[in-house]
Design a binder for this molecule. Structure first.
Ligand SMILES: Cc1cc2nc3c(=O)[nH]c(=O)nc-3n(C[C@H](O)[C@H](O)[C@H](O)COP(=O)(O)O)c2cc1C
Length: 357
């Protein structure tokens, strides 16, 4: 199975299944001399861990990370960094009943069609569990970009159709502080309360919800991104789209540009800089130095207890109600994963830019 790595000069490979002994990442290309301790990674993993809110999976994973290689006396050495997270709270019993059935919306059908064999326990490699490894690797990438003053912040923009309103927010801007206070990583407290109620209702009726996450990159210099196939927007879109449940990616004004005239869509350039940012910080695949703004659309979690129609491996029709420990929405758990993927793409392009100038 190829397709487990991302990046050119800064390269991340993840491995492991949901109900296997462990999951992890190998990070290649990290410069030497960067402070890196297990606690740094642990903090980020704790933000992704289930249990932050009642509607997240009741799987109680410690997500304790171990650095197996690539550091010495708390600093990176420039050699491959290997990170391991043991799966300690595995319960595969709920999957026995559906081991020969394809869950609608999940990867069961397509993995079976592709490989003819699949680890049905917990979704195997297609599980949200795989994203723990991305978050761990993303911390290493975050350290590289933060040395250059770059920061990635992601937050809940909408959930189950309830959207945040900037005018409702005291600060009227997105900061790590006003997101950090919210269990849903949503900076509008009023909207967050409504979202929590909606999640609770979905859980009660055995259903699930989707939403939109916005990712903002601040402090990114102009000039990152390699045209034509490795454009910054193309690489960010690929990295974010590679996360389970992500069905759409928008950069800057996104789909609304289709309704604008050129005179509205273009960001005027003055001696003081750009007057607007419909481009979302990227032109011709290269960063402009403005904020990079990306939104992703996440579909509802596929595993629901509401009765659904499907087929089994013999092609016979079945009706199923999925048991087990599932999230009601991928939000907020996907948010640290989005930050990690953006960190990884930015770190790679930063190192690539340094290689040519
Ligand atoms: C952090 C995270 C947690 C997830 N939790 C669950 C879950 O509890 N149950 C489930 O069925 N899918 C869960 N998913 C979604 C599946 O992994 C995803 O829907 C599946 O791999 C199919 O891929 P697709 O939705 O991109 O088509 C989660 C995804 C992420 C990123």
């Amino acid at each position: 199975m190829s397709g487990n790595s991302i990046g050119v000069l800064f390269k991340v490979t993840t491995w492991g299944e949901s109900h296997g002994p462990a999951t992890g990442a190998v990070v290649e290309g990290c410069p030497p001399g960067i402070d890196l301790e297990e606690e740094d990674i642990q903090k980020a993993l704790n933000r992704r861990r289930p249990g932050r809110i009642a509607s997240s999976s009741p799987r109680k994973e410690e997500d304790a990370v171990k650095i197996l290689s690539g550091t010495f006396q708390g600093k990176t050495t420039g050699t491959p960094i290997s990170l391991i997270i043991h799966n300690t709270n595995v319960d595969s019993s709920a999957y026995e009943d559906i081991k020969d059935i394809f869950r609608p919306g999940h990867g069961d059908f397509t993995y079976f069609k592709k490989y003819g064999i699949r680890d049905y326990r917990g979704g195997g490699r297609a599980s949200g569990r795989e994203t723990a490894a991305r978050v761990a690797a993303g911390v290493v990438a975050g350290k590289i970009i933060s040395r250059e003053g770059m920061e990635v912040i992601a937050y809940t923009k909408s959930l189950g159709g309830i959207a945040i309103k900037l005018e409702n927010m005291e600060a009227q801007e997105i900061t790590r502080e006003n997101i950090g206070e919210s269990r849903l990583m949503c900076p509008d407290a009023d909207a967050a309360e409504k979202m929590e109620a909606k999640l609770e209702e979905a859980r009660r009726i055995g259903d699930s919800l989707g939403g939109i996450v916005e990712i903002i990159v601040r402090g990114c210099p102009a000039g990152l991104g390699d045209p034509v196939f490795d454009k910054m927007d193309a690489d960010l879109a690929k990295a974010l789209m590679s996360i389970g449940t992500v069905k759409g990616v928008e950069i800057g004004a996104g789909f609304t540009v289709a309704e604008m005239a050129g005179s509205e869509a273009n960001d005027p350039i003055t001696t003081d800089g750009f007057l607007s940012n419909h481009a979302g910080g990227i032109l011709a695949g290269i960063t402009t130095g403005e904020e990079i703004v990306i939104r992703i659309a996440c579909k509802p979690i596929p595993s629901i207890s509401k009765v659904q129609k499907s087929i089994d491996v013999q092609g016979m029709p079945v009706e199923l109600s999925i048991k087990g420990r599932h999230d009601v929405s991928v939000i907020p758990r996907i948010i640290p994963v989005c930050e990690a993927m953006a960190n990884i793409v930015l770190a790679d392009h930063l190192l690539r830019q340094k290689a040519i100038v």
